[in-house]
Design a protein around this ligand. Structure first.
Ligand code: 4AD
Ligand code: MG
Length: 482
């Protein structure tokens, strides 16, 4: 039988009932009080040991990090900080953890604060820490809320492929998938690899987005969304990029850009609300952690708000909606631009926005999330709907304080001829995209969608600053050990 989780035990009325549980020892004080945690929630359970009647050798093995099984009775606690505790009748040590600091296998997680960098190297142990416990419980809650949000609105979860032959974003940052012998690749006469002899009979990659396939789904099912891993081989060693990240991509038939913005804003607010309503214990912990981190920063770099405060603001205030053209005006006139403080100066209309610009807009200019729309067609993807002005596309990016781009989306070009001419501009061969173009041939409708970067969003709700700390096994340049 499975032992009761500590989360469930803590929710019980303590009446002296028999309970059985298991977990990892956080601390063992005075050979009497074990602080036990099993990952089910942030709090641990106090186990009281009747040390006079227990085997000395057994007590010696109850060390930080050891796993134990406990049988005992649940009683009201007289100590402060907890409502109930277990009076142990029987303790079994299942797995020891070396407590001798001079031993090569010394348990590395001691009851003190460890740096996030240190923990990133301790792949499995970081799940045992309070910080990562809180983060990954929240990650689960947010994934659950995401599905609930779309399910409540009549969307169907569409499982788009991970292996693909198309480059949806046209960004050329794809990981190749092949079964060809690297040492002996079949080649064309010009020396280029002959992928017709590869597994799929053509070049294949890991997907950078499920959007194009989601569009096919939406143009039959109406409202769909994808939620899965996405891969980008961009060599950006930043705190906001991963080589493998999770993306949520809703796609809605008959929806225009305004509908798309409304949906995305409702989506983000729903998740934040859900976190505030259902993750109180973990969020309180992360809020305190955030406050400590902020206190260590220079005054001018400090966040104006606490973590929970910031979440409440986002859940309550409407996002600011602004065109790219207006944003460029603001940025051109801005102090950092005039004083040459931007690494990439604003060179008039058409300049692609960098994250320094995005953050200036949200953090300094507006002070809350901003939805930027109608970007120059040259700096956005081929599938975005061309505006009446022939210069802009009906794109939208949602920018968040502290993070920059959280969401990227658009209304799609539903007119076959316009789409074809846009593909020509981007040198995308029609033959390879016949299956996509078909959707515009038979019963095409206006439709829209967006991509929400799950880890970027988790940075925002957990108050963490490095994207590597909100995914269980981060993948980034030169890191794929575990
Ligand atoms: O703006 P992006 O590239 O948009 C698309 O892929 C569209 N196909 C989405 C759509 O319209 N269906 O990516 C969407 C979001 C970004 O806003 C960002 O939050 C996240 O995905 N993202 C990354 N997150 C982590 N690491 C990376 N390397 C990321 N690249 C994009
Ligand atoms: Mg984008």
């Amino acid at each position: 039988m499975l032992p009761e989780s500590i989360k469930r035990i803590l929710a019980m009325e303590p009446t002296g009932q028999a309970v059985q549980t298991g977990g990892w020892v956080r601390t063992f004080r005075s050979r009497r009080f074990i602080h036990l945690n099993d990952g089910s929630c942030l709090s641990g359970l106090q186990v009281v040991v009747d040390f006079e009647h227990m085997d000395e050798a057994l007590l010696d093995r109850i060390t930080t990090g050891a796993s134990i099984k406990v049988k005992g009775t649940l009683v009201a606690s007289s100590g402060k900080g907890q409502q109930s505790e277990i009076l142990a009748d029987e303790i079994e040590v299942l797995g020891d953890a070396q407590a001798d600091i001079d031993h090569p296998d010394f348990y590395p997680l001691q009851p003190k604060a460890h740096s996030l960098e240190f923990l990133r190297e301790k792949a499995h142990l970081r799940f045992r820490t309070q910080t990562f416990g809180a983060i990954f419980r929240m990650r689960h809650a947010m994934a659950f809320a995401m599905h609930q949000f779309f399910h409540e609105r009549g969307f169907y979860w569409l499982h788009t492929p991970i292996l693909t032959a198309s480059d949806a974003e046209g960004a050329g940052e794809m990981f190749r998938v092949t079964t060809l012998d690297m040492a002996n690749t079949p080649k064309h006469s010009d020396g280029s690899p002959d992928f017709s002899q590869d597994f799929f009979g053509k070049a294949a990659h890991l997907t950078v987005s499920g959007q194009l396939e989601a569009e096919l789904g939406a143009l039959g099912l109406g409202k769909v969304y994808t939620f899965g891993p996405t891969f980008r081989a961009e060599n950006s060693n930043t705190t906001r990029h991963l080589a493998e990240f999770w993306m949520i991509e809703p796609e809605v038939a008959f929806a225009d850009l305004n509908d798309n913005m409304d949906l995305a804003e409702a989506n983000l607010k729903y998740l934040v609300r859900y976190a505030l309503d259902h993750c109180a214990e973990d969020l309180d912990f992360l809020d305190q952690r955030f406050a400590k981190e902020e206190a260590g920063k220079k005054q001018e770099d400090r966040s104006k708000y606490g973590l929970i405060e910031r979440l409440k603001l986002v859940a309550e205030q409407p996002f600011e909606r602004m065109t790219y053209t207006r944003a460029i005006d603001l940025l051109e006139q801005s102090k950092p631009n005039k004083k040459g403080k931007f690494t990439y100066p604003i060179k008039g209309w058409g300049t692609d926005l960098q994250s320094e610009h995005e953050r200036f807009l949200v953090e300094k200019e507006v002070g809350r999330p901003v939805i930027l729309t109608d970007y120059p067609k040259e700096i956005k993807a081929f599938y975005m709907r061309l505006g009446e002005d022939n210069k802009t596309v009906r794109a939208m990016d949602i920018l968040f304080p502290g993070i920059g781009e959280m969401v990227g989306g658009s209304q799609r070009e539903e007119r076959l001829e316009v789409l074809k001419s846009r593909m020509k501009d981007f040198h995308i061969p029609e033959e390879e995209m016949w299956w996509y173009l078909d959707t515009r041939k038979f019963g095409s409708v206006p439709h829209s969608g967006y991509g929400l970067g799950f880890e970027r969003f988790l940075l925002f709700v957990t108050g963490m600053t490095n994207i590597r700390d909100v995914i269980p096994f981060p993948r980034y340049p030169k890191h794929i050990e575990f």
